[in-house]
Design a binder for this molecule. Structure first.
Ligand code: LMR
Length: 332
C-alpha cells in the first residue's frame, strides 16, 4: 500500500511538472566535480529530479563558475542561487562565528568523533542558528583532514615560520597560522593555484582531494600529511525559498538530500586517500607523513589557539564539542 501511494505521489508530481515549468535549483560550489562535494552535488541533482518526478530541475555550477566563495553566501541570501555548500570555515561574513569551532586545530581525532558533533544536538543547533540569517541548513557534508603544503619540507612547527600561508576566511585559521609563526593570507579558493604558482603565497592547507583536483601539488614541492585540522561543509538553502516549496516537493528534496549526504560521507575518506596516492604518483611533490612525535609537537604548538578563540566561538559551544568528542588536551 505504502509503495503504491509513493508511486501515485510520483505520478502526481510528474503530471504537475509537465503542466508547469520545473522549479529550478541553482546549486553553486567552488570545488571540482571529482571531489567528494562535487560528486555529492551531482548525486543530489539526480535524486532530486527523480524523487520529484521532474518537478524540480537542479543545475549544478562547480568550480566557482557561477559564484566564488566570497559571493555565494550573499547570492544565497538574495535568492540568486538556491543551494550552496560552503566550507564551515567561511561563515563569518554572516556574522556567525560559532562554525569556526570546526577549525580548532586537533579537535577531532577521526571522522567518527566529528560525526558525534555534526549528527548530534550541537550540529542541529548550529544549523538552526542560520535561520536568523534567512538560511536553512540542510546537512553537513564531509571532506576531510587537512595537510600542509609548501615549497620546503615541513616536519616541525618551526618549518612554517615566515611562510605566507593561504587560508580560508576564518579568524581561527588566522590564529592557527600565527601560532606557527606563519603569515596568514585570506584568499578565495579559485585564486589559490595561481597565487601559489606566482609565489604570491608560499603554501597552504587543504584536504588532499582539493589539493589534487586544483593541481596545487604541481606548484608545491612538499606536502606534509599532518591531519592538524578538519575541513567540511554545510549544505544551505534560502529559507524563504525552502518554505515556499509545496510540501511534497520539499519532502522529496529532503529525502534526496539525506541520501546524497550518506553517499558524500561514505566516499570522502576514500576520495582523499586516492588523491594523495595520485599526488605521490605524479612525481612532482614529496609527500611526507608526520611521525607521532612530530605530530605531537604541532599539537602542543596549536592547542593554545583553543583558549584564544573561546570568546569568539563561545566557551559553552567549545565545551559541548569537547564533551561530545571526549577531547583530551593532555600530551600524548
Ligand atoms: C577552501 O577554500 O580551501 C575550501 O573551502 C574549498 C572547498 O569548498 O572545499
Amino acid at each position: 500500500m505504502k509503495t503504491l501511494l509513493a508511486a501515485l505521489g510520483l505520478l502526481v508530481l510528474a503530471a504537475c511538472a509537465q503542466a508547469a515549468d520545473p522549479i529550478i535549483i541553482k546549486f553553486s560550489h567552488v570545488v571540482a566535480m571529482g571531489t567528494p562535494k562535487g560528486k555529492a552535488a551531482q548525486r543530489f541533482k539526480e535524486l532530486a529530479e527523480q524523487y520529484t518526478g521532474g518537478a524540480v530541475r537542479v543545475e549544478v555550477y562547480p568550480d566557482s563558475t557561477l559564484y566564488k566563495d566570497k559571493e555565494e553566501l550573499e547570492a544565497l541570501q538574495l535568492g540568486a542561487v538556491q543551494m550552496i555548500a560552503p566550507s564551515l570555515a567561511k561563515f563569518s561574513p554572516l556574522g556567525i562565528r560559532s562554525f569556526e569551532v570546526f577549525d580548532l586545530p586537533f579537535l577531532f581525532d577521526d571522522e567518527g568523533k566529528l560525526h558525534r558533533v555534526t549528527n548530534g544536538p550541537v550540529g542541529e543547533e548550529l544549523l538552526e542558528s542560520l535561520e536568523s540569517r534567512g538560511i536553512k541548513g540542510l546537512a553537513f557534508w564531509d571532506n576531510g583532514f587537512k595537510s600542509f603544503s609548501a615549497n620546503r619540507p615541513i616536519h616541525r612547527p618551526e618549518d612554517l615560520r615566515g611562510l605566507r600561508m593561504r587560508i580560508q576566511s576564518s579568524q581561527t585559521l588566522y590564529e592557527q597560522m600565527r601560532a606557527l609563526g606563519a603569515q596568514p593570507e585570506v584568499m578565495g579558493f579559485s585564486e589559490v593555484y595561481q597565487a601559489l604558482k606566482a609565489g604570491v603565497v608560499d603554501g597552504t592547507e587543504n584536504p588532499h582531494s582539493n589539493l589534487y583536483t586544483q593541481h596545487m601539488h604541481e606548484v608545491q614541492s612538499h606536502v606534509t600529511i599532518s591531519r592538524h585540522g578538519y575541513l567540511g561543509y554545510a549544505v544551505l538553502t534560502n529559507l524563504r525559498f525552502w518554505e515556499s516549496l509545496p510540501g511534497d516537493v520539499r519532502e522529496a528534496l529532503a529525502r534526496a538530500m539525506k541520501e546524497a549526504t550518506l553517499y558524500e560521507n561514505s566516499i570522502a575518506r576514500e576520495e582523499n586517500a586516492r588523491a594523495i596516492e595520485r599526488v605521490r604518483a605524479s612525481g612532482s611533490t614529496e609527500v611526507y607523513e608526520l611521525s607521532a612525535a612530530e605530530r605531537e609537537a604541532f599539537r602542543q604548538a596549536l592547542l593554545p589557539v583553543h583558549r584564544k578563540m573561546a570568546a569568539r566561538i563561545g566557551p559553552d559551544l567549545i565545551e559541548a564539542v569537547y564533551e561530545a568528542t571526549g577531547f583530551d588536551p593532555s600530551p600524548r
